[in-house]
Design a protein around this ligand. Sequence first.
Ligand SMILES: NC(=O)c1ccc[n+]([C@@H]2O[C@H](COP(=O)([O-])OP(=O)(O)OC[C@H]3O[C@@H](n4cnc5c(N)ncnc54)[C@H](OP(=O)(O)O)[C@@H]3O)[C@@H](O)[C@H]2O)c1
Length: 236
Amino acid sequence: MDVHPDKLDITITFAQSLDGKLAGPDGAQIALSCSESMQITHRLRSTNNAILVGANTAINDNPQLNTRLLPTEEQRNPQPVVLDTNLRLPPGCKLVQNFVAGKGLQPWLLTPGSDDLDWHHRRRVLENAGARIMIYNPNSTSHVDSIPSILSTLSFNGVSSLMVEGGPSVIQSFFTAHNKYGSIIDRIIITVAPMFVGEDGVGYNLPRSDGKPAFIHKDSFLAGKDAIMVLEPTSA
Ligand SMILES: NC(=O)c1ccc[n+]([C@@H]2O[C@H](COP(=O)([O-])OP(=O)(O)OC[C@H]3O[C@@H](n4cnc5c(N)ncnc54)[C@H](OP(=O)(O)O)[C@@H]3O)[C@@H](O)[C@H]2O)c1
């Protein structure tokens, strides 16, 4: 299944160390961004209508995925989306709690579904807690393969601009997923923090380029101690 890139504007954004790591050993959360670059991330969130993270990020970091660092009149929260095949998200997480308290949008958990009875039990618990479970086409054979179905589901449900915030596994999937139009990514915004994590940190790899750059520089600027770089696919 192909998703035409014009249907969904996709921004990949993450913070990395100088040695290209997004997380610590075994995917543990590490503080990379300074307060100035965090504020830019929140502004970027306010300009997209959905924000997507992987299940591990949602579980490890317990993020709110909102725009609370902006002045009240500029806060506009994107639709939170978690890729959670096995419905591992704890029902007591901040995303669900914020929704129940009227402080956030209802979190969408995207999954290909399952025949497993425990999975159906977790579905009921999460739905009763307040999450919305959304099933995408289950015929994909890998995480990368599932990206077009995930994008179609989001597009069908009214999402036109998507910010993908991590973690490394999800970013890797989006880098690798291509359709007949080329890269599905419209831009990458990377916050580079002036620190090293070390080889036991978790990074990402780009697909083979055969000598041609897949993304080219569009802009770069400083935010506090961090450097922010904007890249676009060469075909853009
Ligand atoms: N530096 C940054 O900007 C940044 C940003 C975000 C997170 N992080 C860090 O990254 C760490 C977690 O990273 P991670 O790589 O372990 O996990 P992740 O990318 O947050 O989540 C990966 C999990 O998402 C699920 N998933 C479902 N569909 C997927 C798809 N199409 N592609 C990839 N994954 C899919 C899989 O679990 P199931 O199969 O169970 O669904 C997979 O194991 C966190 O601790 C966080 O601190 C850093």
